[in-house]
Ligand binder design. Structure first.
Ligand code: NDP
Ligand code: 8X3
Length: 262
C-alpha cells in the first residue's frame, strides 16, 4: 500500500468500465476513499464492491451524466454531503462515437463527443474546484488521448475534443498556479476497453478488429499511471504524460503481428 493515498478522497468520473473502473480498483488497493460516478449505476456498484475488496477505505457511487449540468451539480452536492475535501479529481468520462469522415459525420455524434469530453471536464471541474482549492496538494487529473495531439481520418470531432481537453488542462494549470491545486493530463494511445465497442455502437466484430495482432495498453496500465501521478508529493506536478503501447509509435503507426505470430 502507498500510504500517500491512504484515506484520501478520490473522485472518478466514468468509473463504470475501462480506465475509470481500473482506477477505482487501483486507488482502492492504496486504501483511498472513493466517490464514483457514471450513468450505469449497477455497473458502478459492482466496481465499488471490487474496490472495497481490494482495500478501499470507503467506496460510494452516484449516477452521473457529465453532458448535463444539472446532473453534474447534483453529483457535486452528493460529494459535498459526504466530504469537505477532494484530494484527487479524475476527469475520465468520455469516449468517441463513429469514425465517419467530416463529409458524412452526424450531428448527434459530434454533439455527444464535445459534450462529454470537453464540456463535461469543464462542468465537473467548476463544480468541485471550491473543495479542491481548500484541500492542500489536491490534484485534477484529466484523461486525454494521443488523438488530442495527432489527427487521424474519421477522428475530426474526437481529435478536436481531446485537443480541447488538452488546452483546458493547460489553461487550468495556469489559472490555478499558486493555489496549491495541481493539474495534469494522462494521454493514452490504443487501449483495450469498451471504447471501440461504444465508438462502433455495439458492433463487436468491428471493435475487435481495432486490437487485432497488437498488444494494446490495458486499463490497468493507465490506472497505474494515475496512481503514480496522484501519489507524487505536493510540490511535484505531472503536467502531461503520453502513454502508448510498444506496438504504437503514432496513431497511424501500429505494428500488427501476422496471424502466425499471435
Ligand atoms: P470505456 O467505454 O470503457 O469507459 C468510458 C467511461 O465513461 C464509462 O464508465 C462510461 O460510463 C463513462 N461515460 C461516458 N459518457 C458519460 C457521460 N455522459 N456521463 C458520465 N459518464 C460517462 O472507455 P475507456 O475506459 O477507454 O475511456 C475512458 C476515457 O479514456 C475516455 O475519456 C476516452 O476518450 C479516453 N481514452 C480511451 C482510449 C482507449 O483507447 N481506450 C485511449 C485514450 C483515451 P457510462 O456509460 O456508465 O456512463
Ligand atoms: C483513443 C485512442 O487512437 O483510438 O483515444 O483515438 S485513438
Amino acid at each position: 500500500m502507498n500510504s500517500a493515498l491512504a484515506g484520501k478522497w478520490i473522485v472518478i468520473t466514468g468509473a463504470s468500465s475501462g480506465f475509470g473502473a481500473a482506477a477505482a480498483r487501483a486507488f482502492g488497493r492504496e486504501g483511498a476513499r472513493l466517490l464514483l460516478g457514471a450513468r450505469r449505476r449497477g455497473r458502478l456498484e459492482t466496481v465499488a464492491g471490487e474496490a472495497a475488496r481490494a482495500g478501499a477505505a470507503e467506496a460510494h457511487v452516484c449516477a452521473l451524466d457529465v453532458s448535463q449540468t444539472p446532473s453534474v451539480e447534483a453529483f457535486a452536492a452528493w460529494i459535498r454531503s459526504r466530504t469537505e475535501r477532494v484530494d484527487v479529481l479524475i476527469n475520465n468520462a468520455g469516449g468517441a462515437l463513429g469514425l465517419d469522415p467530416v463529409a458524412t459525420g452526424k450531428d448527434e455524434d459530434w454533439e455527444t463527443m464535445l459534450q462529454t469530453n470537453v464540456l463535461g471536464v469543464l462542468r465537473m471541474t467548476r463544480a468541485l474546484l471550491p473543495l479542491m482549492i481548500s484541500t492542500p496538494g489536491s490534484y485534477i487529473l484529466n484523461i486525454g488521448s494521443v488523438a488530442g495531439h495527432t489527427a487521424y481520418e474519421g477522428g475530426a470531432a474526437y481529435c478536436a475534443a481531446k485537443a480541447g481537453e488538452l488546452q483546458i488542462t493547460r489553461a487550468l494549470r495556469l489559472e490555478l498556479c499558486g493555489t496549491g491545486v495541481r493539474v495534469g493530463t494522462i494521454d493514452p494511445g490504443i487501449a483495450e476497453t469498451e471504447f471501440s465497442l461504444v465508438r462502433f455502437k455495439g458492433d463487436t466484430a468491428r471493435a475487435a478488429k481495432v486490437y487485432e495482432g497488437v498488444a494494446p495498453l490495458k486499463a490497468e496500465d493507465v490506472a497505474e499511471a494515475l496512481v503514480w501521478a496522484a501519489s507524487r508529493p505536493p510540490h511535484v506536478c505531472v503536467d502531461e504524460m503520453i502513454l502508448k503501447c510498444a506496438d504504437q509509435a503514432a496513431p497511424h503507426k501500429l505494428h500488427r503481428r501476422p496471424p502466425a505470430d499471435r
